[in-house]
Design a protein around this ligand. Structure first.
Ligand code: 5GP
Length: 202
């Protein structure tokens, strides 16, 4: 069986990548999503087990010690990590998986899985980014400032990704990500079996 592909997607908080990802999952229902384990508190509207598993620091540190994580990072004082087992199971079963990570997590995953396809979602401008970070209304000013600094640091790493997608409009950005996924599926290494069958028939 052909293994599934792993896509990593990063983008600063405020880039609108969550909305873009939602659109991508609507259009590509076979794509699995990696649920991260994190130690920050739940925001209003967030649901346990949907995007994140909200766990204690003790449990997170136990996961690190047991080598249960593909990558992990501390972001604005909280741990964020990608559990390893679900990713490996998914790709072994031939299913593609999308992992959302920050830039540090992306470096760690690329080291372990050089074949991953990496996508960076950029906000259309700094103005829009600032507006989105302030407008969310769920974080204190100090947290917003930290997130903005973090965003600028992350944007500087966009050049290390295979693809950069500007989120000027959510449907356009989702279209571009779908185009990347389709192009990856058409790559020779993945289509070689069909090619060989065709040649054998001859
Ligand atoms: P937020 O608290 O806004 O949901 O996420 C903060 C940052 O953590 C975002 O840049 C997001 O992409 C990143 N993030 C989400 N899940 C993971 C993860 O599993 N690992 C890492 N390293 N970063 C993550």
């Amino acid at each position: 069986m052909i293994k599934g592909r792993v896509y990593i997607i990063s983008g600063p908080s405020g880039s609108g990548k969550d909305t873009v990802m939602k659109k991508v999952f609507e259009r590509e229902p076979n794509l699995a999503f990696s649920i991260s384990s994190i130690t920050r508190g739940m925001r209003p509207g967030e649901v346990e087990g949907e995007k994140y598993n909200f766990i204690s620091r003790e449990r997170f540190e136990e996961m690190i010690a047991n080598d249960e994580l593909l990558e992990h990072n501390v972001f604005v004082g909280n741990y964020y990590g990608t559990p390893k087992a679900p990713v490996l199971k998914c790709i072994e079963n031939g299913q593609d998986m999308l992992i959302e990570v920050d830039v540090n997590g992306a470096v760690q995953i690329r080291e372990k899985m050089p074949e991953v396809v990496s996508i960076f979602v950029l906000p259309p401008s700094l103005e829009v980014l600032k507006k989105r970070l302030t407008g969310r209304g769920t974080d204190a000013q100090e947290v917003i400032d930290k997130r903005l600094n973090e965003a600028l640091r992350e944007i500087a790493c966009a050049k290390d990704y295979d693809y950069i997608v500007v989120n000027d409009e959510v449907n356009n950005a989702a279209d571009r990500i779908m185009a990347i996924i389709r192009a990856e599926h058409a790559k020779t290494e993945r289509s070689i079996h069909s090619y060989m069958e065709l040649i054998d028939e001859n």
